[in-house]
Design a protein around this ligand. Structure first.
Ligand code: SAM
Ligand code: DTB
Ligand code: SF4
Length: 344
């Protein structure tokens, strides 16, 4: 029987999943994964930092916060043509979604037309578009949607009760508000968090509980493993047990059965075997390309070799209009990423 789409997960239920013997947890997650996806398909997104560093916020993990001395050079917003060149390269390398990130607390209204031009240009290349620009107003969310934006990334980052240990310059509620404006504007949501910041297992379950109990499950759920950047307050945090990371992926898959669960930051320092376990636990999306925003990601050749060794393939981008994640490729029904039909 298909697993229910629930928005009423209790913390103790999620913790009970975390507590299962790993083989049992992997089995349950793999079963849920197969109800909605082909487990051999992985959605592939490429990131570009279109405005780097100099951020006024104090997120304790972030190399782009102005107040920490991390060696990241602040830049102005990139030119549209430079962004489009990077997007063409990402498409040629096999990405289907292009995500543009800016180190802003929130965009100024006068930044929106510039970002809108980037979005329209990337969309015209036949890529899905995603942006992560900080907090948005309802009008800004609508303007981005009108420019052709498919997804907006805005993370909850951690459990509500651990959040105040990590960020002091904006509230959890601010994040929930931006996510509501994003949904109301008709954008798809990309929303996840970071593990390995010194949180407890209960708090990892709390992050997943907060994500799964949003009014709609995020379409994409990036699970980042902290990249410990020298100069940030979290630089010396102890490394999370890799199996605990796998458990987090598995519980995310079970709690949000139809979402793309993305193996996100932190892959560079993961072995191929750990990544394989994550795919078996239900991860079905990655960031692809040699750089995340400011930190390294695995070389494309390494990822291509890993996909070949594991028998994985990039998820095809299917234009369909049923909004249920199915479409047709060469006569076969496939589960796929959903983009608007060309005529919409
Ligand atoms: N400034 C915007 C914001 O915070 O919403 C957009 C960019 S911000 C860098 C996007 C996300 O990157 C953060 O929410 C966080 O989850 C992730 N991130 C940043 N630094 C990270 C790190 N060192 N390790 C893992 N994830 C990180
Ligand atoms: C997300 O959840 N992870 C990405 C993306 N959304 C924007 C960012 C990871 C950033 C890692 C640190 C860096 O490269 O600066
Ligand atoms: Fe700024 Fe975003 Fe980094 Fe926080 S995560 S310091 S808001 S760039």
């Amino acid at each position: 029987m298909a697993s229910e789409i629930r928005h009423d997960w209790r913390r103790d239920e999620l913790l009970a999943l975390f507590d299962l013997p790993l083989p049992e947890l992997l089995y349950r997650a793999a079963r849920v994964h197969r109800e909605h996806f082909d487990p051999a398909e992985v959605q592939v997104s490429t990131l570009l930092s279109v405005k780097t560093g100099g951020c006024p916020e104090d997120c304790a993990y972030c190399p782009q916060a102005q107040r920490y001395h991390t060696g990241v050079q602040a830049t102005k917003l990139m030119d549209t043509e430079q962004v489009l060149e990077k997007a063409r390269q990402a498409k040629a390398a096999g990405a289907s979604r292009f995500c543009m990130g800016a180190a802003w607390r929130s965009p100024r209204d006068r930044d929106i037309p510039k970002v809108a031009a980037m979005i329209a240009g990337v969309k015209a290349l036949g890529l899905e578009t995603c942006a992560t620009l900080g907090m948005l107003s309802p009008d800004q969310a609508r303007a981005l949607r009108e420019a052709g934006l498919d997804y907006y990334n805005h993370n909850l980052d951690t459990a509500p009760e651990f959040y105040g240990d990590i960020i002091h310059t904006r509230e959890y509620q601010d994040r929930l508000d931006t996510l509501a404006y994003v949904r109301e504007a008709g954008l798809k949501t990309c929303c996840g968090g970071i593990v390995g910041m010194g949180e407890s297992r209960e708090q990892r379950a709390g992050l997943l509980q907060a994500l799964a109990n949003l009014p709609a499950h995020p379409d994409s759920v990036p699970i980042n493993r902290l990249v410990r950047v020298p100069g940030t307050p979290l630089a010396e945090t102890a490394e999370l047990d890799p199996f605990e990371f796998v458990r987090t992926i598995a519980v995310a898959r079970i709690a949000m059965p139809r979402s793309m669960v993305r193996l996100s930051a932190g892959r560079e320092s993961m072995s191929d075997e750990l990544q394989a376990l994550c795919f078996m636990a239900g991860a079905n999306s990655i960031f692809y390309g040699e750089q995340l925003l400011t930190t390294p990601n695995p070389a494309t050749g390494r990822d291509q070799a890993l996909f070949a060794r594991l028998g994985l393939r990039a998820m095809p981008l299917v234009v369909c209009d049923d909004h249920h994640g199915t479409g047709t490729v060469a006569g076969a029904t496939v589960h796929a990423q959903i983009i608007e039909p060309a005529s919409a």
